[in-house]
Structure formats: structure tokens, C-alpha cells
Design a binder for this molecule. Structure first.
Ligand code: GDP
Length: 285
């Protein structure tokens, strides 16, 4: 499902999003609440400019609640309208609608003062692949739109669809490329399923995940795998401990590192060990 982004795709995606932007009052940018920094497209700020923006920290059910609150404060201070969301939840429409109304209040007040008849607020959803754009559109517009994760930019035949009584959405989201700037960002994108595993090697992703948890969530890590480690345990010993606890052994009683690796990635990606946020707001500040 992932896209291989070439410069041509990126230029096209950018152009199409610039075109769509002209038609909307507000942009709804979807980020993954577990990686609000890594899941942000690097060029979007520039293209959106001064247009009102709602930033959705989606998949909040898999992120650290405390860290999500910090991110909300951080984003508010930047002058955008943030909300934390589970894209599948019942009241997603109400939450997005309230925030979109708030973000566009000034524009519509101005229109009212000029005597222009009120109309629906026009919005578009944008974000990198797999952050939950289609899930949110389907949920709030109460209809099934095609999965668009493998189409850079936006497809041509866009239509307006109603989302609640106050909003109209472009039915195809803007699909933007992820950051490629450094290895740890690639590992975070991979760990959360935003990019395909083979882009970054699996061992590196598992090592990244284990180091992160050892540093920030040691108790959850110990409890989940029922292992006895501490903050100074070497990473290879953590692999050994998990392999032993889970019985991931090969012939000759050797630890099956491949199985440990896959398991750690699966458990982390699906928030089985705990609800973690891998980008800390304080690091960005
Ligand atoms: P898109 O590529 O941005 O359109 O992403 P999708 O809407 O296809 O979502 C990618 C995956 O994330 C799917 O498996 C969704 O079911 C899942 N997903 C979307 N939103 C949420 C959420 O808030 N919480 C959880 N746990 N999963 C979500």
C-alpha cells in the first residue's frame, strides 16, 4: 500500500494540493498522535500559508494521553486548532465540526458583515499515507470513499460531500509524502506502519523500539514480556530475555532473533505493550 515517492510524484502532489486549497476555507491536517513530528509532511506549512488549519492528532487511542495533551498545547501556541481523535469513534464528526467552526469563525463573521449569505464551511483533509484520512472521511461523511493511500496528491474528479450540517468536504484527501530526512524518523514511520518495513531494516526498527521503551517505559516493557531488565541492560540481552520468556528458540537452544524482532515490532505497532508517543513535544520546543 505504501507509495514510492519520486520527485515527480512530489511535485504533482504539491501542485494538486495547491489547486484544491483554493477551493476550501480550512485545511484539516491529519497526523499520527504517536509521531506528530515524524508524520508531518515537510512542505505543507509552506503551501497552506495563512489559511485556517485544524490539526488532528489521530489514533489517540494508541498514543500516550499525557504526551498528546502536551502536543495539543504546543500546537495551540503555534496558532493552529488541534484536536486529539480516534478516527473510528462515534463523536468524531462533532469534534471536528466544532473545531472547524472555531477555526473559520473570523472568515464567516467577515462574510456576514459584508451581507454574504452563510454557506457550508468547505474543508479538505490532507496527510501522509496511513494516518487515517480515509477512515475519518468515511466516518464523518457517513459514506464509503475509496482507500486513497496509494495515490499521491489528490485524484482529479473531486466532489463535495456533506459532513454534518455545517461542513462540506472534498471527497478525496490530499496524500502527501512523509519526511525522509533522517534514520530515526524513518524508524518511527515504519514502527507505526506509515511506511513499508523494507524501507528500513527490521532489526533497526526493533532496536529503536526497545531502546525507546527501555528509556521511557521500562516498567511496561518488563511487565509485558515478563523479563527482568534494567535501564542499563545491553540491547542484545533484552532480545535474549524476550526470546527466552517467549520460548522463541531455534534448534540448539539458540534465540530466534528474527521472531523476537517481528514480535517486538508487532506489539509496539499495535500498542500492545502500552500507549506510547515516540515524538516528544518538548524535543520539538
Ligand atoms: P489513510 O491512508 O490516511 O487514508 O489511512 P486509513 O484511513 O486507511 O487508515 C490506516 C489504518 O489506520 C487503518 O487500518 C485504519 O483502520 C487505522 N486507523 C485509522 N484511524 C485510527 C484510529 O484513530 N485509531 C486506530 N487504532 N486505528 C486507526
Amino acid at each position: 500500500m505504501s507509495i514510492n515517492w519520486f520527485p515527480g510524484h512530489m511535485a504533482k502532489a504539491r501542485r494538486q494540493i495547491e489547486e484544491s486549497l483554493k477551493k476550501v476555507d480550512v485545511v484539516i491536517e491529519i497526523l499520527d498522535a504517536r509521531i506528530p513530528y515524524a508524520s508531518k509532511n515537510p512542505m505543507l506549512d509552506h503551501v497552506i500559508g495563512e489559511k485556517p488549519r485544524v490539526v488532528v492528532l489521530n489514533k489517540k487511542d494508541m498514543a500516550s494521553k499525557q504526551e498528546t495533551d502536551r502536543w495539543i498545547n504546543h500546537l495551540k501556541a503555534k496558532g493552529v486548532y488541534p484536536i486529539a481523535l480516534n478516527g473510528k469513534e462515534q463523536n468524531a464528526l462533532k469534534k471536528i465540526e466544532n473545531t472547524v467552526v472555531e477555526a473559520t469563525q473570523e472568515i464567516f463573521d467577515r462574510m456576514a458583515r459584508k451581507g454574504i449569505n452563510p454557506r457550508a464551511i468547505r474543508a479538505m483533509i490532507v496527510g501522509i499515507p496511513n494516518v487515517g484520512k480515509s477512515t475519518i472521511i468515511n466516518n464523518i461523511a457517513k459514506r464509503k470513499v475509496a482507500k486513497t493511500g496509494n495515490t499521491p496528491g489528490v485524484t482529479k474528479a473531486q466532489q463535495w460531500i456533506k459532513a454534518g450540517s455545517k461542513m462540506e468536504l472534498l471527497d478525496t484527501p490530499g496524500v502527501l509524502w512523509p519526511k525522509f530526512e533522517d534514520e530515526s524518523i524513518g524508524q518511527k514511520l515504519s514502527l507505526t506502519g506509515a511506511i513499508k518495513d523494507n524501507v528500513v531494516t527490521l532489526d533497526d526498527i526493533a532496536i529503536f523500539a526497545l531502546k525507546f521503551m527501555q528509556q521511557h517505559h521500562l516498567d511496561e516493557l518488563k511487565t509485558f514480556y515478563n523479563i527482568n531488565i534494567d535501564a542499563d541492560t545491553e540491547i542484545v540481552d533484552i532480545f535474549d530475555a524476550i526470546g527466552t520468556a517467549r520460548g522463541f528458540k531455534m534448534s540448539g537452544n539458540e534465540i530466534d532473533y528474527e521472531r523476537v524482532t517481528e514480535r517486538v515490532i508487532y506489539d509496539t505497532r499495535n500498542a500492545k505493550i502500552g500507549q506510547f508517543t515516540f515524538d516528544l513535544a518538548e524535543d520539538v520546543e
